[in-house]
Design a protein around this ligand. Sequence first.
Ligand SMILES: [Zn+2]
Length: 155
Amino acid sequence: MSGKEATAPYIVQGRLYVPYFNYYGALASEFYRQLRDSKKIMGVKCPSCDKVYMPPRSVCAVCFGNLNQLVEVSTQGAVLTYTVIHYTYSPSYQPATIPYAYGIIQLDGADTGFCHLLGEVDLDRLSIGMRVEAVFKDQREGNILDIKYFRPVQK
Ligand SMILES: [Zn+2]
């Protein structure tokens, strides 16, 4: 054995199967339940400063108050910023075929933005402030991809 082989990292490939259960907590559980069963998007409103967070969180980032008042927000909103993905990094984890776009979307009635896919859109015509609306899957499972993507609002 040469000196180079003797010091080379010894690598073993394998695949782990790790079943697990994850409790989302009361707020996120209701958020996903409403998304799945009613195609409603819920935020949480701070009773002290009225800030509405979507997705819901349990503590206000402004006043540190405890949050538990779920409120329905619109399925429409505005693109705060976006990016277009042009490379494949892991086909099994990428939700679309390149090129595709992610946007940070602030829904009407919410004070915060969240990241989701943009679809049915000419990627060269994306713009900040563009009005978009949620497109829901027909068969929803109670996860964020129950919203397939956001598309420009149909006029
Ligand atoms: Zn607050």
